[in-house]
Design a protein around this ligand. Structure first.
Ligand SMILES: [Zn+2]
Length: 527
C-alpha cells in the first residue's frame, strides 16, 4: 500500500502527543487528533469568497436546521429503526423544494435519497446526513448523567442529530445559494441510515448510487475542530456459529458435543493469532449465545467478531485466517462451524484537494461559546473526572496522514467519489464519543451551534464544488492517485440484499424500495 498509511508506531506517537496537551477525538466516527505531522507555519489562506453567502443562506435556513437537530434529538431511534428521524429529514427536504427520489433505499427502510437541481450539465454534489442513536445513552440535556425526557434509554451519544441537521441543512442552504447565483447543478441528499450498525452507504455504493456524484460532503461531531489527511480502518463483521449435539451434562455428557467448547477454542485461536498480525490490526468479539444452562450441553453457540486493519486486502487476509480458525475449532470439538461475513467497510480515503478547502471554510466560522456553555462543558468534564478545560476554542492546523482505529461507512463512498469531511466541536475536550455527555450537549445550545455552523461550512464547500471545475478535477485526481488501480469490490456479499439486523416488522416489499431510478443506478455494482 501507499506510503501515506501510518502504522501503530505512528499512532503511539500520536497518543503521546495527545497525552502531552494535544487532543484526540474518540472512536465511533472519524477520529481527529492533533498530530504534529504537518508544519503549521504556512500563512493563513484568505477566506473563500462563498463563505459570506453560505453564512447568509444558513441564517435563512436556521429554523429548518434547528427543527431537525432538536426533533431528532428528542426522538432517538436505534440503527435500522430510524422511522421518525428519517421522516423528519424527508419532511423538511420536501418542504424546502427537494424531490424524494428514493425511500427504503438499497434494502434499508429508513434510508432515502432526495434531490434538487437546476440548469443543464452541472455537477452532482452529495450530502450524507446520518440520524441513528445508540442504546443506553439516553440523557437529559443537563451536564450530569441523568435520565432522558420520557425515560428514553436510547440517546444521541454520537451526535447524529446534529450530523444530520448540518448535512441536510447545508443542502437546503446550498439550494438558496444556487438559486440566488443561478448556478447549474444537482444537490443530492443521501439519507444515511444505520451508521452505527450496518451503514447503508456501503449498500448504496454497491448499488451504484454514487456513480454520477462529483463529490460528497459530511462532518462528524468531535471534541475538536479539525480536518486532515485522515484515514479510518477497513473492517469486516462476521457472525460465527457452532452447531453441536445436546445432552444431559451430568448423566451423559459423552453423548453431547458442546458448541460452546468450539466457540471457546475459536476465541483462543483468534487470541493466539494476535502475535502474528500487524500492529495496525484490530480484532474484537463478543459471545452472543453461549448456551442456556450449565447442566445442558449447548448444541448452539454464536459469536460476533469484528476485524479491522488499514485496507481491505489486509482485512480480507485476516478474515480468511479467522475462518480457518473456526473450521479448526469445529474439527477439534466434533461440531460444525458456520461463518456469516455479513458486513464490511472500506478505509476512508482522504482527499488532498478538499482538505485545504474545507479547512479554509472552517476558519471562517468562529468557535464562540457563552459562559453558560463553557460552564456546562466543564460540569460534564468534572462529572467524568476529566480536566475541566471546557469546549475547544480554536481550529487545529490541517492534520497530516494518519489512520484511525475506528471505521465508517463513508469509507466506501470515498472509493467512488471524492469525500470532504471534518470534525467540529459539539462535546467537551477529552470527552469520548458514545458517552452520555455527548447526548447532553447535543440537546442544548452547544448542539444547536454544531448543527448551524457545520451547515455553513458544508454549504460553502458545496458551492465551491458546484462552481469550480478545476477543483472537482483536482479532487477526482486525488481519489484516483490514492486508490491506485485496485478495482472497487464491495465488502457486502452479493447474496445479501438487506441488512442482517433489520427489524422484521420493517422489512418492506421490493416495489417500494426505489421510488424512481437514479441515472447512476444502472449497472456498475462494482468498479
Ligand atoms: Zn457517529
Amino acid at each position: 500500500m501507499s506510503a501515506d498509511i501510518r502504522t501503530g508506531i505512528d499512532r503511539r506517537t500520536l497518543l503521546a502527543t495527545a497525552a502531552s496537551g494535544g487532543v484526540a477525538a474518540a472512536a465511533g466516527g472519524p477520529v481527529l487528533a492533533q498530530a504534529p505531522l504537518t508544519p503549521p507555519a504556512r500563512p493563513a489562506a484568505p477566506p473563500p469568497a462563498s463563505a459570506a453567502a453560505a453564512a447568509t443562506a444558513v441564517g435563512d435556513s436556521r429554523d429548518i436546521i434547528l427543527r431537525i437537530s432538536r426533533e431528532v434529538w428528542s426522538t432517538p431511534e436505534l440503527s435500522l429503526a430510524e422511522v421518525k428521524s428519517s421522516a423528519i429529514h424527508i419532511r423538511e427536504l420536501t418542504a424546502a423544494g427537494f424531490q424524494i427520489v428514493s425511500t427504503g433505499t438499497s434494502g434499508t427502510p429508513t434510508a432515502f435519497i432526495a434531490e434538487w437541481g437546476q440548469g443543464k450539465g452541472g455537477p452532482v454534489i452529495g450530502y450524507l446526513p446520518e440520524y441513528d442513536a445508540l442504546p443506553g445513552l439516553g440523557n437529559a440535556a443537563e451536564p450530569r448523567q441523568t435520565p432522558a425526557p420520557a425515560g428514553a434509554t436510547v440517546g444521541h451519544g454520537c451526535g447524529h442529530n446534529m450530523l444530520g441537521a448540518g448535512c441536510t441543512g447545508a443542502a437546503v442552504a446550498l439550494k438558496r445559494m444556487m438559486e440566488r447565483a443561478g448556478t447549474a447543478g444537482t444537490i443530492r441528499v443521501y439519507g444515511c441510515a444505520a451508521e452505527e450498525a450496518e451503514g447503508v452507504k456501503v449498500y448504496m455504493v454497491r448499488d451504484g448510487l454514487f456513480n454520477d456524484v462529483d463529490a460528497a460532503l459530511a462532518w462528524h461531531p468531535a471534541p475538536v475542530a479539525g480536518t486532515g489527511l485522515i484515514r479510518t480502518s477497513a473492517s469486516n463483521k462476521a457472525k460465527v456459529m457452532f452447531h453441536g449435539r445436546t445432552a444431559h451434562a451430568g448423566n451423559s455428557p459423552w453423548d453431547g458435543r458442546s458448541a460452546l467448547k468450539a466457540a471457546e477454542l475459536f476465541a483462543h485461536g483468534v487470541n493466539l493469532m494476535r502475535e502474528h498480525i500487524l500492529p495496525s490490526a484490530r480484532i474484537h468479539y463478543i459471545y452472543e449465545n453461549a448456551g442456556v444452562a450449565p447442566n445442558i450441553v449447548p448444541d448452539f453457540a454464536q459469536m460476533w467478531i469484528v476485524i479491522r486493519d488499514v485496507d481491505r486486502d489486509k482485512v480480507s487476509a485476516m478474515t480468511d485466517w479467522v475462518r480457518q480458525i473456526a473450521d479448526g475449532a469445529a474439527m477439534a470439538t466434533q461440531t460444525r462451524a458456520e461463518f456469516d461475513l455479513f458486513f464490511g467497510m472500506h478505509d476512508l480515503l482522504p482527499n488532498d484537494a478538499l482538505v485545504p478547502l474545507v479547512h479554509r471554510h472552517m476558519a471562517t466560522v468562529p468557535l464562540d461559546w457563552t459562559a453558560d456553555e463553557q460552564a456546562f462543558a466543564r460540569t460534564c468534564q468534572k462529572a467524568m473526572k476529566l480536566p475541566e478545560t471546557g469546549m475547544a476554542t480554536s481550529l487545529l492546523p490541517p492534520l497530516g496522514d494518519l489512520t484511525a482505529g475506528a471505521s465508517t461507512d463513508v469509507g466506501d463512498v470515498s472509493y467512488v467519489t471524492p469525500v470532504g469531511i471534518f470534525g467540529w466541536p459539539t462535546l467537551p475536550l477529552g470527552v469520548s464519543l458514545h458517552t452520555w455527555a455527548v447526548t447532553a450537549c447535543a440537546g442544548m445550545s452547544i448542539g444547536d451551534k454544531g448543527s448551524l455552523n457545520t451547515a455553513r461550512i458544508l454549504a460553502g464547500v458545496g458551492f465551491d464544488l458546484m462552481t469550480d471545475a478545476a477543483l472537482r478535477q483536482a479532487a477526482k485526481e486525488s481519489l484516483q492517485r490514492r486508490r491506485g488501480d485496485r478495482p472497487f469490490v464491495s465488502p457486502i456479499p452479493k447474496s445479501r440484499t438487506r441488512p442482517l439486523g433489520l427489524p422484521p416488522h420493517l422489512v418492506k416489499t421490493s416495489d417500494d424500495e426505489l421510488v424512481a431510478p437514479l441515472p447512476a443506478a444502472q449497472g456498475a455494482s462494482s468498479k
